[in-house]
Design a protein around this ligand. Structure first.
Ligand SMILES: NC(=O)c1ccc[n+]([C@@H]2O[C@H](COP(=O)([O-])OP(=O)(O)OC[C@H]3O[C@@H](n4cnc5c(N)ncnc54)[C@H](OP(=O)(O)O)[C@@H]3O)[C@@H](O)[C@H]2O)c1
Length: 299
């Protein structure tokens, strides 16, 4: 590949927003030891991308492998979270590049929240739990609803009015419009007390969740602010049975494999697709905060 050029989207400072992205041509890199060179087919946008200005979720075809790489070969279709070979996994043929890229951060966060934090096994043996999923129409939330149903949970979900039918179609047992008083209060229409809340909407105070939790209910907050960390510490120090669990994604290749092989059962809702030449529009759409499902960039 030496000497060849490829299209790239670059930024050269933080905080420039979509207008800070520049379309340039750069030399095609040569994979070093333990690296693979992947030709991009699709990338998925997450809020983290514009918050820390780094796109991580991609799917594509291996063009070249570096020294010491034995588990991949040229021509193989893969899904990867940049930039770690341990987070590069084969893409099954039944999963499109867009679906594969979409599953990375969003699917892994939903999986970690439900398994590591809420304790589900997702292997058909889970006892029924009552789970609330907020922002269930978003990238993380729409996978969380489907995974929670795989784990036998009764799912209450929140989303905007326009997405209530969609979220029901993903399996939610009851859905609240977050712009109604009941929705803002997170109160289950059937009076369920939640064993776990997967909180994907923006930060909310503990007092919003507390009245609706079961005796050992947990709030798994994927958007934790300082208040969530303070509540976490307070609940630990006071040996409270109800807990706050701030979540930071710890991505694992084996979990990405699990999600890709569950793809037959997991539907990826695609909000919109943009060509690489319009990557800044994809960012702007994500910054707007009203995506239904995932935003995809395709070559
Ligand atoms: N901790 C971690 O490691 C981690 C990992 C992944 C994501 N996150 C964070 O988790 C959050 C969700 O990520 P995402 O990718 O799912 O975001 P997203 O796809 O951008 O979420 C957008 C969706 O959220 C809905 N929504 C917004 N406010 C809501 C509310 N108060 N109640 C119910 N629904 C609401 C919107 O509905 P409307 O359009 O109807 O308003 C829209 O459908 C982001 O802040 C992200 O940074 C954290």
């Amino acid at each position: 590949m030496a000497g060849k050029l490829m299209q790239a989207v670059l930024y050269d400072c933080y905080g420039g927003g979509p207008a800070g992205l520049k379309h340039v041509e750069v030399p095609v890199p040569t994979p070093s030891k333990g690296e693979v060179l992947v030709k991009l087919e699709a990338a998925s946008i997450n809020p983290a991308d514009w918050k820390i200005q780094k796109v991580t979720d991609v799917a594509g075809e291996v063009l070249e492998v570096g020294p010491g790489v034995e588990n991949f070969k040229a021509g193989e279709k893969v899904v990867a979270m940049l930039s770690s070979l341990s987070l590069t996994v084969p893409r099954p043929p039944e999963v499109s590049a867009a679906e594969g890229a979409a599953l990375c951060i969003a699917g892994l966060t939903a999986h970690q929240a439900l398994t590591q934090s809420a304790g589900l096994k997702l292997d058909g043996t889970d006892p029924q739990m009552n789970i609330l999923i907020t922002a269930a129409s978003g990238g993380v939330g729409h996978y969380a609803v489907q995974l929670a149903k795989l784990g036998n949970a009764h799912v209450t979900a929140t989303c905007g009015a326009r997405n209530v039918d969609l979220v029901k179609s993903l399996g939610a047992d009851e859905v609240l419009d977050y712009q109604t008083p009941e929705g803002a209060a997170l109160k289950s229409p059937s009076g369920q007390k939640y064993d776990a809340v997967i909180h994907c909407a923006s930060s909310a105070p503990w007092s919003t969740f507390e009245p609706h939790l079961s005796a050992k209910g947990k709030v798994i907050d994927i958007t934790p602010g300082p208040g969530a960390f303070a509540t976490y510490a307070l609940k630990k120090l006071t040996f409270s049975k109800k807990q706050m669990v701030p979540l930071l994604l710890n991505p694992k290749g084996e979990n990405l494999d699990f999600l890709l092989t569950k793809e037959g059962k997991l539907k990826t809702v695609i909000d919109s697709k943009y060509p690489l030449s319009k990557a800044e529009d994809a960012w702007a759409k994500s910054i707007d905060g009203h995506a239904t499902g995932k935003i995809i960039i395709e070559r």
